[in-house]
Design a protein around this ligand. Sequence first.
Ligand code: HEC
Length: 121
Amino acid sequence: MKKHLILSQLAICASMALVGVSAQAADEKGSAQAGQGKVWLCIGCHSIPDYRADYPFVYKVPMIGGQNAAYIASALTAYKKGERKHPTMRSIAASLSDQDMADIGEYYAAQTASSPKNPLK
Ligand code: HEC
């Protein structure tokens, strides 16, 4: 069971890395520091690392900390354009500029499971 979980997570990571690489070309340059001031909106749902501790209540919210920056920015763009349908994420992404998305992507990409608890949470 555990082994299976780890393997499927690796597969997800690998596919996200591929998405990230292909999305990178046209992207704005993001800044993790600027992103830190822009994630207050996201923390209630995508809390890091409390995502795990909150289980099972927020288990449907994907963990975006540690994700590839370009992947995060391209996912946000897809919500903004309506290619991804989740209503809350769509309205949140609609308020973000390309620069915001790039900054937020860098911020979350810099998070790891061992990052200190986010002070804004
Ligand atoms: C109200 C709760 C909520 C808030 C606030 C929220 N999200 Fe989300 N987010 C979700 C849920 C639920 C999903 C999964 C939606 C889906 O299935 O498409 C999601 C999906 C995502 C994804 C796609 C992840 C993936 O692996 O495909 C990204 C990236 C993301 N959110 C970033 C953000 C950012 C950045 C913010 C703040 C600007 C934010 N979210 C705010 C609930 C939220």
